[in-house]
Design a protein around this ligand. Structure first.
Ligand SMILES: *Cc1c(COP(=O)(O)O)cnc(C)c1O
Length: 472
């Protein structure tokens, strides 16, 4: 017990300038609580003979130091920015799309105050929130109308509930897919109250298979983009336009889950993408093509290749979109004012031809290999100058996020020369800011395609810190 007598009185500790500063930052209640915990901890350690604080001064200094650490740790949000050096452009676990400056400005402007979210300035009466995106969606996709929902899972559930509840939805067995994170098409269908009517086989489904399944019970034909895998070999699926012709013949709506939100190359100048990216994007189904080819409703994510905030967009025929708007589920899945603001600004970047410069996801797709290689060489030079062994090597960036399955873009990796790559990866994750890298052929690699250029020096510092720290 006597050893614990070196602990200063709590009132004395609370009066110390360093503790007062903590109280101003974190609030006196939290500081008092944390201080009590640290005093108890030191008392226990002293009694157990586990610490050598011998004087009041050293005990006080130790408590203040631990208190600062304690409050620093516990007040840090668990949702934190990280640097994505994985080269995976749409990294769902890292928050999918970084937003454009224009989207962020719009979100800030609308979020900071009141807005016309559901208010008609001309009449002073209540307005409809859906209308805010109508023009931007029409111009971006060519569709008559559209709505925004919380994500595509919500958008598709709402669509099927409003259009086909209690009726059969015809779907190819080749498109009974799981997108990831619990999104399974058969379960979405079931949740919406529609009944699944499977046709064709896993690898081949023909228009005639759909035609043979149509009856008075049919509510819609559904087409799902198998966005995260690719089938090769003896495969067949009808072109969307053929399905649209069939649907029209029977006056059935054709719904497409397009997923990626890629709007189409025709919104870009020919020189916007290097040849490799251009070829890859030419293969990705585009929302504008789906509308042109006759899909009645198309659902897609706003935070994949569109590069906007999280949302699901459903666009298509005005009469069907109006049915979605009137359905009771609409209220449960609608988005807030900040999302509307961000979505509109992002869509405008595409329709005004600026997306390849301002929307980060598109910018990363459009980054020429030589620009990445130049940065990789500079970064490797800086690292070597401070004693970190590394080199650069050819590698592949992936698109990710359930779009362009298996598709990659050439990149230039910075490869660190370390042992224990798993341990280095973990140490980089623990840095400030956390740096997320990946291992290729047993070496820790950094892909600058997904790192904003302004962060290159932050990456250098982060790697230097880890590599110069004593090895555990
Ligand atoms: C990504 C994806 C979804 C899910 O979209 P969320 O916005 O994450 O709900 C659904 N369908 C397809 C085809 C997708 O690619």
């Amino acid at each position: 017990m006597s050893r614990a007598r070196v602990i200063p009185a709590v009132d004395h500790l609370l009066g110390l300038p360093a503790v007062q500063a903590l109280a101003a930052a974190h609030g006196p209640r939290r500081v008092r609580q944390a201080l009590d915990e640290e005093v108890d901890r030191l008392r226990a350690a002293l009694v157990a003979g586990q610490t050598d604080a011998a004087t009041r001064e050293s005990a006080g200094a130790l408590i203040v130091e631990r208190l600062q650490h304690h409050l620093g740790e516990t007040s840090e949000s668990s949702l934190r920015p990280v640097i994505n050096a994985t080269g995976v452009i749409i990294h769902t676990n890292l928050g999918r799309a970084p937003l454009s400056p224009e989207a962020l400005d719009a979100m800030r402007r609308v979020g900071a105050g009141y807005s016309t979210l559901e208010f008609d300035l001309a009449t002073g009466q209540r307005g409809a929130r859906h209308q805010h995106l109508t023009t931007a969606l029409r111009e971006a996709t060519g569709a008559e109308a559209g709505v925004a929902t919380n994500n595509t899972a919500a958008g598709l559930t709402l669509t099927l509930a409003a259009i086909a509840a209690g009726r059969e939805v015809i779907l190819s067995r080749g498109e009974l897919v799981e997108i990831g994170g619990g999104f399974r098409i058969p379960e979405i269908l079931q949740g919406s109250g529609a009944r699944l009517r499977e046709v064709g086989t896993t690898n081949r489904t023909r228009v005639a298979d759909y035609g043979a399944a149509i009856s008075e019970r049919t509510g819609a034909i559904l087409r799902v983009h198998p966005s995260n895998f690719r089938m090769e070999g003896f495969t067949e699926r009808p072109a969307l336009a053929e399905l649209a012709a069939l649907a029209r013949r029977f006056s059935l709506p054709l719904i497409e889950d397009q997923g990626s939100g890629w709007l189409g190359l025709d919104l870009f100048a020919t020189h916007a993408f290097p040849a490799e990216a251009r070829l890859l994007l030419a293969r990705e189904p585009a929302v504008r093509d789906s509308i042109r080819d006759g899909a009645d409703l198309v659902a897609f994510s706003a935070d994949k290749l569109l590069g906007g905030p999280q949302a699901g967009l459903v666009v298509g025929r005005a009469d069907l979109i109006a049915r979605l708007g009137r359905h009771p589920l609409m209220r449960a899945v609608r988005v807030d004012k900040i999302t509307y603001a961000g979505l509109e600004a992002t869509l405008r970047a595409f329709t005004s031809g600026r997306a390849a410069e301002t929307v980060p996801v598109v910018r990363m797709l459009a980054l020429p290999l030589d620009a990445i290689a130049r940065r990789a060489t500079r970064l490797a030079d800086l690292l070597r100058a401070s004693g970190v062994e590394c080199d650069t090597a050819a590698g592949l960036s992936t698109i990710g996020g359930g779009s362009l399955p298996g598709e990659t873009l050439s990149t230039r990796l910075v490869r660190l020369d370390t042992g224990a790559p798993d341990r280095v990866l973990a140490a980089l994750r623990a840095g400030r800011p956390p740096l997320i890298a990946r291992i290729v052929d047993d070496r820790v690699c950094l892909d600058l395609r997904t790192v904003p250029e302004v962060d290159d020096d932050v990456v250098v510092r982060a790697v230097r810190d880890v590599m110069s720290a004593p090895r555990p």
